[in-house]
Design a protein around this ligand. Structure first.
Ligand code: PEP
Ligand code: MG
Length: 918
């Protein structure tokens, strides 16, 4: 008989039914509570309702599996036994919390209810037990607030008008009470005040929702469980899942756990901490805590929390007492747990704890989100500490995080002289400048217009995620380093400053002020998210340092693990030098025509135009001779910069019309130089007009029609190499023939290469001149006939820009008109010009490699289209057995990382699966 499904997993008293590797079933929180329990770390007893309950619930018209009730009852009895209290017992009541916990962390996107089990029957008992009526009434008012909001309103599908939600209404009742009794803060309310407030709350709930507040612990418990499962499909959660790519089918687990209280007086506290600093990665225990508070107070940013220890105090928190100073023994116990957890999980953990009357309890541990710089530092230091091997290290920095390190910061020089508007906590790294907006909707609207925006809020809440995503920076007046805004921004690697107390935001009038400075929607602002500094106005930004020692060390680990080579697309000696700094192992594409654009291009461009407009062999040979020294010098400079690393030089591939002069004075100049009239120039230019230049007289076709043009370039390449060799330097050119579709084109050009090679060797008295001859594969026919192409080509480089263009029949210059619709309507999952279409274009690549290597087993294969810098495409290139990828110099580090990550994944896939893992 098949074993009955188990829906509830218990943990408590040092033993748990679950484990850390059961996240799919128990969610992240549940799995880690189980793991900590098994590690004998103090965790209040509880149980997890599995994600399968959630999926069952949605598959069966929001009903639970029939056996769930009995399993929950049994687990409640287990908790009661461990805690020696009973749910609903008037003399000795147990209170529980109910929290969501999906497989992937979704901070603040789903619901939580605390203090379940407080009823008119149990309140007196708890007062007697604790001797602290104020605490009990405070706990009850929190229960009413959360439960009425989460269970009675949201989960019931009520959608009150703005400002009319039950939570806001109750908050107003509380503000009224504070005003009435002259209390400045919540903590000034007395026990009597709170008792009265609870009565007012219950009346308000009845009035607004039309139902009494439930006074039965079982009803409260099941109401809360239902609300958590409901919240999986709440608007916020769906929106977050869409952005993060979390599948809806996963479902959430629900954790029910005995309450422990951080708000039982001055010997009680609650806090959130990271085993290392999540913003910088520094190996220092880092966190925030509050005395006499519940966990939500820290995260919600209602009170500014205290620093955890002395060594992590900042100028903003220097005056506040740390836990280390206030409760040294408990702090030491927490440090021991921190060490145990880091050793066990071998990664930075994000933990939540509560101290109830001096006793420490752990409520959560999970892998902590971190900024790019922090991720890098942690990996490098953990590798040095030998806590993790390289294969693990390289998986700990995402390509997006690495991107952060390679991205902009505010120009430090400009920052030095800029006037600081305000300071806050540095929650998300880097620097940004943008226009001020005050709501998530405005952020989305401005960003859609192509504007960089900074979303300024008092605090953010999960409803703001779309706007936070659209913004280039986030600034909040309230909240700490663990507030919602900080967590979400850090996860996304977004520039963010929180807790900027000097900031007064008036969202209604669309203005913010700091002292006398008033800024309104659309005004410019700049943020330094690494330091927490805010500036009014638009500050310049700069690119970061590729020689950052941590980055260099980390990328060395990537290099040790990866199998794919990484080259750069670089067209000049200057680009080549940058590419080498970023770690390129060669140049995969040098587009010769680029020497005719930009700085210093005037003279060579003039000569090229002469060559293009020549209409006899004599004229063209003369023009080629004039052009030759420019081409040779450019190539020689790049070969020298790469110092013996391979440089793939592509023969000219310009759509000719692009180079024909349009301006009268340029035409006149050219006419004079060619000894013809301006009208002749115009006529010759008109003759070059093509209806479809992308498929016109370009690439190898030029070399077939005008062999003298190929000859000039080949001579430039080989003489540049020969001159370097003669000077005792190294040079390894690879001649690449573009836009080929048949092997006959290659043999045609190979004859020219052979002739020039012999001449150059003779001229320089060389016995040996090493170089390769290969082709781009960028036309489907070339891929399909790769077996033949490889007869004449020593290497292939997939030109996936053109291969995508010609594979799809999409003009690469005109996709803007329809690609957004294709993506919106899900006709295509992604833009195939950004990430390789593995199903179609990828198939052409696979065929090309297979057939090419069938002819020439040691055929060198690379990619030089834009896809060479896209992590998903790089993974594909690894899988199909390419030798290298080539991408823009700035993306070389990302390519090194992506190549290492796929190598690790590939190796893991080839190992036998570990037993007993879920
Ligand atoms: C390509 O087609 O992928 C390529 C690299 O060449 P270009 O972009 O210059 O056409
Ligand atoms: Mg091309």
């Amino acid at each position: 008989m098949a074993k009955a499904k188990k829906y509830v997993y218990f943990f408590g008293a040092g033993k748990a039914e679950g484990r850390a590797d059961m996240k799919e079933l128990l969610g992240g929180k549940g799995a880690n509570l189980a793991e900590m329990t098994n590690l004998k770390i103090p965790v209040p007893a509880g149980f997890t309702l599995t994600t399968e309950v959630c999926t069952y619930y949605y598959a069966h018209g929001r009903k639970y599996p029939p056996e769930l009730k009995a399993e929950v009852n049994k687990a409640v009895a287990g908790v009661e036994k461990v805690m020696a209290k009973k749910l609903g017992d008037p003399g000795n009541p147990l209170l529980v919390s109910c929290r969501s916990g999906a497989r992937a962390s979704m901070p603040g996107m789903m619901e939580t209810v605390l203090n379940i089990g407080l009823t008119t029957a149990t309140i007196p008992g708890l007062i007697r037990l604790t001797g602290n009526p104020r605490f009990v009434w405070d706990a009850y008012r929190r229960l009413i607030m959360m439960y009425s909001d989460v269970v009675m309103e949201k989960a019931a599908g009520l959608e009150p008008a703005e400002g009319k939600g039950i939570r806001q209404q109750l908050e107003r009742v509380m503000e009224g009470m504070k005003h009435e009794v002259g209390a400045k803060t919540d903590t000034d309310l007395t026990s009597d005040n709170l008792e009265k407030l609870c009565a007012c709350f219950r009346a308000k709930v009845q009035e607004v929702i039309g139902k009494p507040f439930p006074d039965d612990p079982q009803e409260q418990l099941w109401g809360a469980i239902g609300a958590v499962f409901q919240s999986w499909n709440g608007r916020r959660a769906i929106s977050y899942r869409r952005i993060e790519g979390i599948p809806g089918e996963w479902g959430t687990a629900t954790n029910v756990q005995a309450m422990v209280f951080g708000n039982m007086g001055d010997d009680s506290a609650t806090g959130v901490a990271f085993t290392r600093n999540p913003a910088t990665g520094e190996n220092k225990f880092f966190g925030e805590w509050l005395t006499n508070a519940q966990g939500e107070d820290v995260v919600a940013g209602i009170r500014t929390p205290n620093p955890l220890n002395i060594s992590t105090k900042s100028e903003h928190t220097a005056h506040l007492k740390s836990l280390e100073e206030a409760m040294p023994a408990t702090y030491k116990a927490l440090v021991d747990i921190r060490n145990k957890l880091e050793k066990h999980y071998r990664d930075m953990q994000d933990i939540e704890f509560t101290i109830e009357k001096g006793v420490l309890w752990m409520l959560q541990t999970r892998t902590g989100k971190r900024t790019g710089p922090a991720a890098l530092r942690m990996v490098v230091e953990m590798l040095r500490e030998r806590l993790i091997p390289k294969e693990v290290g390289v998986t700990r920095v995402t390509p997006a995080q690495l991107d952060e390190l390679l991205h902009r910061i505010l120009d430090p020089k400009a920052e030095k002289t800029a006037k600081v508007l305000a300071k806050g906590l540095p929650a998300g790294p880097g620097g940004t400048t943008g226009r001020i907006v005050f709501t998530a909707a405005e952020a989305v609207a401005w960003a859609e217009k192509g504007e960089s925006v900074i979303l300024c809020r008092k605090e953010t809440n999960p409803e703001d995620v779309e706007g936070m995503r659209a913004a280039s920076g986030i600034l909040t007046a309230l909240g700490g380093m663990t507030s919602h805004a900080a967590l979400v921004a850090r996860g996304w690697g977004k520039c963010c400053i929180v807790g900027c107390g000097a900031l007064h935001i008036d969202a209604e009038s669309h203005a913010l002020s700091v002292g006398d400075t008033v800024l309104t929607e659309g005004d410019w602002m700049s943020l330094n998210g690494s330091k927490g500094v805010v500036y009014a106005g638009q500050l310049p930004t700069v690119d970061p340092d590729p020689e950052n020692p941590m980055l260099v060390e980390f990328l060395k680990s990537c290099d040790a693990v990866r199998k794919l080579g990484v080259r750069a697309n670089a067209d000049s000696p200057k680009d080549a030098a940058v590419a080498r700094k970023f770690g390129a192992e060669g140049i995969g594409l040098l587009r010769t025509e680029h020497m005719f654009y930009g700085e210093g291009a005037d003279e060579p461009l003039f000569k090229l135009r002469k060559m293009i407009l020549s209409n006899s062999l004599v004229e063209r040979r003369a023009a080629c001779e004039e052009l030759y020294p420019y081409v040779k010098n450019d190539i020689k400079g790049t070969l020298a910069a790469m110092d013996g690393l391979p440089v793939t030089i592509r023969l000219l591939d310009p759509p000719l019309h692009e180079f024909v002069p349009q301006a009268e004075d340029k035409q006149a100049e050219l006419a004079a130089s060619l000894g013809i009239t301006v009208d002749d120039v115009k006529k010759r230019a008109a003759d070059l007009h093509e209806s479809n230049p992308m498929m016109g007289h370009r690439g190898v076709r030029l070399g077939v029609t005008y062999p003298e043009v190929s000859e000039m370039q080949i001579r430039a390449i080989l003489e540049a190499a020969a001159e370097l060799l003669k000077a005792g330097k190294k040079a390894l050119p690879e001649i690449m023939i573009p836009v080929t579709c048949t092997v006959a084109e290659l043999t045609n050009q190979a004859a020219i290469i052979a002739k020039v090679k012999a001449e150059v060797m003779a001229k320089f008295g060389l016995k040996k001149l090493s170089f390769l001859v290969g082709t781009m594969i960028e036309i489907p026919r070339a891929a399909l006939t790769a077996g033949k192409m490889a007869e004449a080509a020593e290497f292939f480089s997939f030109g996936t820009n053109d291969l995508t263009q010609m594979g799809f029949g999409f003009s690469r210059d005109d996709i803007g008109a329809f690609m957004p619709d294709y993506l919106d309507k899900k006709i295509l999952a992604a833009d195939p010009f950004q990430t390789i279409d593995q199903e179609g274009v990828g198939e052409l690549i696979k065929i090309g490699i297979e057939r090419g290597r069938a002819t020439r087993p040691n055929l060198k294969v690379g990619i030089c289209g834009e896809h060479g810098g896209d992590p998903a495409s790089i993974h594909f290139c690894h899988k199909v057995g390419m030798n290298y990828v080539s991408c823009s110099p700035f993306r070389v580090p990302i390519a090194r990382l992506a190549a290492a990550q796929i190598a690790v994944k590939d190796a893991a896939g080839k190992q036998p699966a570990k037993k007993g893992k879920k």
